[in-house]
Design a protein around this ligand. Structure first.
Ligand code: PMP
Length: 383
């Protein structure tokens, strides 16, 4: 069979199982999206603080720009001629905010997660990763020379057994987790993970705060800030593409780790740095995150309301955050539920295998601080 026929056959199979993906055609207007001529409230955005749809904020930022500072490209890797001062300003700001020795910026969370683990691991490394970590982390693990064992989701007893069993056989062990998990919206117990790590001299902790940066903690720095364990985490990573309404990612870490990554991390070295104007926007937003407490509290409030509605309707809801899945099981059912909600003006999307395990297809509500409580209640009535 030719490659093209094989591809066609595979796509037909995906379609038959309601798992075929398409790039949706849509236009955006603030909190709303218009798809197929229907305007709907966007319940699938990662704009958790509502900053991406905040026109005033963009106007304020635009007033800071001139043709000399509107730099749309870095034209090079940061290691060559692409290292503009605004990068270092943002890194200094982040290391001050987190109270760490250093920070380093990457082009995206995907670049961070596929670059850091291969850079810091070798064949004498064991990675112990939560079963539900994001695809970008899995790809990073695959690209590394480390051996990897996945532990059951948030099962710290199993993790403890694995550490006990393997710590003597490896030069280093890296525990890899997210803080808020992207599909279930539940959380890792970062304090317990830190305590486990501290029992051994050769265990490091890697935490991806993609969904918590901006959203959690008194200054919006994430779950590690909220739980007082920033210093316990060796690789504390987050993204700017969600609550920070920008693009890119960071690690906050020890100076030596930063220097090592600059020398060894292929997804930093072999790519053009983000546009300086983009870094300037990220810095502009990051400097305002501490003042967004009201938005964080509102998001917490409406998320709790939605979780309570789902539980009252008999859905299993593992979430403890603003990512609220409604797990329906079969992919076809998830598609039907999403279509029904869209007819009622709510843009909710089905999430299906391989993004989530077979039989756990779901509607994934991803709430933002722009959504009003009445809208959540109305959504509840339509479920
Ligand atoms: N980590 C997690 C947990 C994510 O959910 C995502 C994106 N959805 C990423 C990393 C990738 O980040 P980015 O979109 O900045 O590449």
């Amino acid at each position: 069979m030719s490659t093209i026929s094989r591809m066609q056959q595979e796509l037909q199979l995906l379609e038959a199982h309601s798992n075929l993906r398409r790039l949706p055609e849509m236009t955006h207007s603030g909190r709303d999206v218009t798809v197929n001529g229907r305007r709907m409230l966007n319940l699938s955005s990662n704009d958790y603080l509502g900053l991406a749809s905040d026109r005033k904020l963009r106007e304020e930022f635009l007033r800071t720009l001139t043709p000399d500072t509107f730099l749309p490209t870095s034209s090079s890797s940061r290691l060559l001629t692409g290292n503009f001062t605004v990068y270092e300003e943002l890194e200094t700001e982040l290391s001050h905010l987190f109270g760490t020795e250093a920070a380093l910026i990457f082009n995206s969370g995907y670049h961070a997660n596929t670059g850091i683990l291969p850079a810091v691991s070798d064949t004498h490394t064991l990675i112990l990763a939560d079963k539900l970590v994001h695809a970008s982390l899995i790809d990073g693990i695959r690209l590394s020379a480390a051996k990897c064992i996945r532990y059951r989701h948030n099962d710290l007893a199993q993790l403890e057994r694995l550490l006990k069993e393997h710590h003597a056989a490896y030069r280093q062990i890296i525990i890899v987790t997210e803080s808020i998990f992207s599909m279930d919206g539940d959380q890792a117990d970062l304090q317990a993970l830190a305590a486990l790590k501290h029992r051994y001299g050769n265990v490091l902790l890697y935490v991806d705060e993609a969904h918590a940066f901006g959203v959690r903690g008194r200054h919006g720095l994430g779950c590690a800030e909220e739980l007082g364990c920033i210093r316990d985490i060796d690789f504390l990573v987050g993204t700017f593409g969600k609550a920070a309404a920008s693009v890119g990612a960071y690690i906050v870490c020890k100076r030596v780790i930063r220097e090592y990554l600059v020398n060894r991390m292929r997804t930093l070295i072999f790519t053009t740095g983000l546009p300086p104007v983009n870094i300037a926007w990220t810095l502009f937003v990051v400097r305002r995150l501490a003042d967004m407490q009201e938005r964080r509290e509102h998001l917490t409030h409406i998320s709790r309301t939605l979780r309570e509605i789902l539980l009252a309707k008999g859905y299993a809801c593992p979430s403890t955050s603003h990512i609220v899945p409604m797990i329906v099981g079969a992919s076809a059912d998830a598609v039907l539920h999403a279509e029904a909600l869209q007819r009622h003006g709510f843009y909710a999307l089905p999430v299906r295998p391989p993004t989530v395990p077979e039989g756990t297809s779901r509607i994934r509500f991803s709430l933002t601080a722009e959504i009003r409580k009445e809208e959540i209640e109305e959504l509840g009535n339509k479920l």
